[in-house]
Design a protein. Structure first.
Length: 450
């Protein structure tokens, strides 16, 4: 059987989609290639959130067509994911070497389409149509990869799509409307993962806190999402629960209170704010105000004083004035985020913001990005510095990505800790004493391992 290599661009949802496709292909007899050089099939799982990601994926495919196809003309090349959904046939028109384009509701069709292409029954395939029930097809995992090492953490997709229609965002157009899986199906997947060694599960959704809103009624004052958290919390052997990415509107009192009564739900929250200006938040169609966002942070810290809070922020949104940007800076100072993902606004096809007047020049976006990044780094360095000399609990995930000779774990507040350990520590929940900090990284003293 042929081998496949999947390269992923974008978010954790894309990473999870790629893993599910890989697992489905392995179940059909495919092997996973270590690199594109060895693969019979090369798939690029694409992102459309920013133009830079799209251009990067297109450039990569052009290089593959020029280099790989030159020596191995039978290699199958394909796009899947958000850009594939958005552009469809245009990708093959632009890049005639591409054989397969499958959209976000067709991941589970990849194996069948590849089989048809490889056996010569079809020349090229483009499928970006909607498919009912597609939200329940992303459930397979590459358990333990290709080695004996157990996967300590796992991601579980609980829903697809988004109904928010923020004016800057292409996701509702590439992922469709919200569609949620059943609690029973999610629970079964989580139990299987824990049975294979997972100690921490992260629940995924475009707006994960909107889970089940149309399908599962509120019960005892608890939203469908909180009901799901409670159910997953009961799994024996599971140590930690995380979720991403939520929306501030999903932080009702039931979710805030869940942090106080569900010990497996870690005190970590990634809550995208996007701007500190009420005027821009309204233009973005975010559905909350600065005051509402701050009230959520205050409630969370009241329940969990050590809550780790990160966010997403867009700079250079159309019409953003110096005053608007100053409000974003002041919000960052007031909240004191542990970290923030900062994005320079990028016009996306068919989104309302792309047609708004007062599109800002690139140099303004660059300058504001640098200023905000400097502030976030300053706040982060101060926060991380307070950990020196403290003992923290970590879940050891495996070797450090930057230094495989050392091990890394993550605190409950989602801070990476690197320490001198060994494979025997993988999967352990343990205490480490922090001796120094790096750039958004903590380092532990191996002599203080408990």
């Amino acid at each position: 059987m042929p081998s496949v290599y999947i390269k992923t661009y974008g978010c954790q949802m894309n990473e999870r989609d790629s893993e599910a496709v890989a697992a489905q292909l392995v179940a059909k007899g495919y092997s996973l290639a270590a690199s594109e050089v060895q693969a019979d099939v090369i798939l690029l799982n694409t992102c459309s959130v920013r133009d830079a990601a799209e251009q990067k994926a297109i450039g990569k495919m052009q290089n593959l067509a020029a280099d790989v196809r030159k020596n191995r003309p039978d290699v199958v090349l394909g796009f899947m994911g958000c850009m594939a959904q958005s552009r469809g046939q245009q990708l093959i028109d632009k890049l005639p070497d591409v054989d397969l384009v499958i959209g976000t509701q067709k991941f589970h069709r990849a194996a069948d389409y590849l089989d048809e292409i490889l056996t010569g029954r079809r020349d090229k395939v483009v499928d970006t149509g909607a498919e009912q029930g597609s939200e329940a097809t992303i459930k397979e995992h590459i358990l333990n990869g290709n080695s004996s090492a157990k996967s300590v953490t796992a991601f579980v997709s609980i829903m697809q799509g988004c109904n928010q229609y923020c004016t800057f965002c292409i996701v509702p157009y590439t992922r469709g409307e919200e569609r949620s899986r059943s609690i029973a199906s999610i629970l079964e997947e989580c139990r299987e993962l824990v049975g294979h060694g997972a100690k921490e599960i992260t629940l995924l959704g475009q707006i994960v806190t909107s889970y089940g809103k149309r399908d599962i009624p509120v019960k005892d004052g608890k939203s469908a999402f909180v009901q799901l958290l409670e159910t997953v919390h009961e799994i024996d052997g599971l140590e930690r629960i995380r979720f991403t990415s939520p929306h501030p509107k999903g932080y009702g009192d039931d979710l805030v209170e869940a942090y106080g009564r569900l010990p497996k739900l870690v005190e970590s929250a990634h809550i995208p704010v996007q701007s500190g200006s009420d005027r821009l938040l309204k233009l973005m169609h975010r559905g909350y105000t600065r005051e509402r966002f701050l009230s959520i942070i205050e409630k969370l810290r009241r329940v969990r004083p050590q809550m780790g809070i990160t966010t997403d922020i867009i700079v250079g949104f159309p019409g953003e004035t110096d005053s608007d940007f100053d409000e974003t800076l002041s919000l960052a100072r007031e909240v004191e985020f542990d970290n923030a993902y900062i994005f320079k606004y990028s016009p996306r096809k068919d989104t309302p913001a792309a047609e708004m007047p007062e599109q800002l020049p690139h140099r303004v976006k660059e300058e504001r990005n640098a200023r905000l990044l400097g502030l976030i780094n300053e706040i982060g360095a101060r926060h991380y510095g307070t950990y020196v000399g403290r003992q923290v609990e970590i879940l050891v995930e495996g070797p450090s990505k930057n230094n495989p000779a050392r091990m890394m774990g993550r605190t409950r507040t989602n801070k990476i800790v690197v320490f001198d350990g060994s494979e025997r520590h993988r999967g352990q929940v343990m205490d480490v004493k922090v001796t120094r900090t790096g750039s958004f990284t903590l380092y532990g003293d191996p002599a203080i391992l408990i």
